[in-house]
Design a protein around this ligand. Structure first.
Ligand code: HEM
Length: 526
């Protein structure tokens, strides 16, 4: 009953819970740990109720939170270590209850991940980024018309936007239109590496910021329709690109603190919430100004054909999307599209440096496929099979998230348990990706495992899901992959990369980031 009261209070505090949970009767079922559901169904089958799912000890009101906070391995900056520990104790499924969320089930069997993708296909509800949602919905000037964008919205509002932006953002032709510009950005970045190497004898301790600049410069081509000048060697700290990087970093820090905490900001605006609000406001101002300029250019332009219109212009002209919808999407693209690609590149370079044979094999492929002087084309990218395998293997080793989340939309059978509608299903792909059962020689970096002939055996399609799952998979995936393929190809074409410091691990800042400074050393190949 205590948990029920708590859940009722939370649902008053936050509409998203009631949306996720459906009717009140479901809340009662959830509070009862699922034991009450479909008793007749359970009697007739061998299915077990959710109340019997193993997991850390559950306490009244605080659920499993107390067990987690008391655990010697729990650390908010490395929370995956704790998940790994309980996953190993209870796999293939465990239950975790927290007063801030509906009850959760952690899934470590790819078949269960597939079931979740299928069962939530129609309405893939994700519970995340609550503080960001609140800030946008409660903006004093009602800038966002009480909407918060696809990153945070669910149900009908998410569908309204996602169905309209899906094709423009995911269609191959639309993404390859940016390939020549992305290639120029990648070439500029390799020049930047050359000057940093000359200046410091290796990459400086803040090389991660340099990679953020590449990421912002690349994604801005699509999101803001222009080059920002991030790779200018004389960039000052108060420049527009550096301000954007600073605000986005602050937003991600604050999101981490508002999301993975006791969420006191729901009761009063604590420091993390105020930091999020302030940085988001400044971030919005810069992006809004940019969109005004894009809109003005669009009005001045008379497109002769569909090819003349860029992604943002297409979206501004799309029926059913308002200008504010487009601005919000751009905010989300910038928020979701910088740390993600930048950290993935950082990890991939580390793994290549530590695996010189793989690096040599990749260079051989790049030399064979790319014309030394000419631009990279879509045809080239289509032939870089090993490069794509390197990124997949890199994302298996170092995904950006421990899990993907869905709120179950109906009672669902997972690993022999009948899990009630309203539970949070966490597909723990980071841990599945490190499991010998699904990836033989899991600790080794073996890009070949992803090649067509699958030398280490077939790979379950739901075992490694770095871009998420089902109909709510990352909408920037094609853009991200293209940016990263081009950059890695250009770096490998020109340099050998080396790393001689402490082994790299991950720390959490909304998405995982490298634990060590990226002091790589690049030597020219020719
Ligand atoms: C290495 C690069 C990236 C990775 C690994 C990645 C991963 C993800 C994941 C796991 C999700 C959640 C999907 C789910 O719930 O099933 C997601 C959502 C999203 N991503 Fe990415 N992402 C990357 C880059 C990007 C880029 C470059 C952009 C923008 C251009 C972007 C924009 C988004 C947006 C807007 C969403 C929310 C989609 C929705 O809820 O409908 N991402 N991403």
């Amino acid at each position: 009953m205590a948990l029920l009261k708590q859940a009722k209070r939370m649902s008053r505090l936050k509409g998203v819970y009631s949306r996720g949970f459906g009717k009140f009767s479901n809340l009662q079922q959830l509070a009862a740990g699922g034991a009450a559901i479909e008793k007749s169904a359970l009697k007739k089958t061998t299915l077990k109720p959710a109340s019997e799912i193993p997991g850390p000890k559950r306490w009244p009101i605080v659920g499993s939170l107390f067990s987690m906070l008391m655990d010697k391995d729990f650390d908010t900056k490395r929370y995956h270590v704790y998940w790994k520990k309980i996953a190993e104790q209870h796999k293939p499924i465990f239950r975790f209850d927290s007063p801030m969320y509906p009850p959760m089930v952690g899934l470590l069997d790819p078949d269960d991940c597939e079931t979740v993708a299928r069962e939530t296909m129609e309405n893939p509800v994700r519970s995340a980024f609550f503080a960001l949602e609140k800030i946008r919905k409660e903006a004093v000037d009602n800038y966002f018309d009480k909407k918060s964008g696809i990153l945070t919205e669910n149900n009908e509002e998410w569908k309204r936007v996602r169905t309209r932006v899906q094709i423009p953002m995911m269609k191959t032709k639309n993404v390859t239109a940016y390939l020549p510009q992305m290639d120029k950005v990648a070439l500029d970045f390799t020049d930047r590496i050359a000057s940093l190497q000359k200046l410091h004898g290796e990459m400086p301790v803040d090389f991660q910021i340099e990679i953020y600049k590449w990421a912002l410069e690349s994604v801005s081509l699509v999101a803001l329709n222009r080059r920002m000048g991030c790779l200018d060697p004389n960039l000052t700290n108060d420049s527009e690109p550096m301000s954007l990087i600073k605000h986005i970093n602050n937003i991600n820090d604050a999101l981490n603190d508002t999301e993975f905490s006791a969420q006191l900001w729901r009761i009063y605006p604590n420091a993390a919430y105020r930091k999020l609000q302030k940085s988001h406001d400044k971030f919005l101002r810069i992006v809004d100004q940019n969109i005004q300029e894009t809109g003005a250019r669009l009005l001045a332009k008379k497109p002769n054909s569909e090819d003349d219109v860029t992604l943002i212009e297409t979206l501004l002209l799309t029926n059913g999307l308002t200008r504010k919808d487009v601005v919000t999407l751009i905010l989300d693209m910038l928020l979701a599209g910088i740390d993600t690609t930048a950290h993935t590149i950082a990890f991939a370079l580390y793994l290549l440096a530590k695996n010189p044979d793989c690096q040599a094999k990749l260079q051989e492929e790049v030399d064979k496929v790319l014309d030394h002087k000419g631009p990279i084309t879509a045809k080239h990218l289509g032939q870089l099979f090993y490069l794509k395998a390197v990124l997949k293997e890199s994302l298996r080793h170092f995904p950006l998230f421990t899990f993907n989340v869905r709120i179950l939309q109906k009672d669902t059978v997972l690993s022999g348990y009948l899990v009630p509608k309203g539970f949070l299903a966490l597909t723990l792909n980071m841990l599945i990706g490190h499991d010998e059962k699904y990836f033989p020689r899991a600790k080794e970096f073996i890009p070949d495992r992803w090649l067509r002939h699958k030398p280490l055996g077939a790979i379950h399609p739901y075992a490694s899901l770095p871009f998420g799952l089902g109909t709510r998979m990352c909408i920037g995936r094609r853009i991200a992959e293209q940016e990263m393929y081009i950059l890695l190809a250009r770096i490998m074409q020109r340099y050998n990369v080396n790393y001689k410091y402490k082994d790299m691990d991950v720390v959490t800042r909304m998405v995982f980031m490298p634990s060590e400074p990226l002091r790589y050393s690049f030597t020219e190949r020719r």
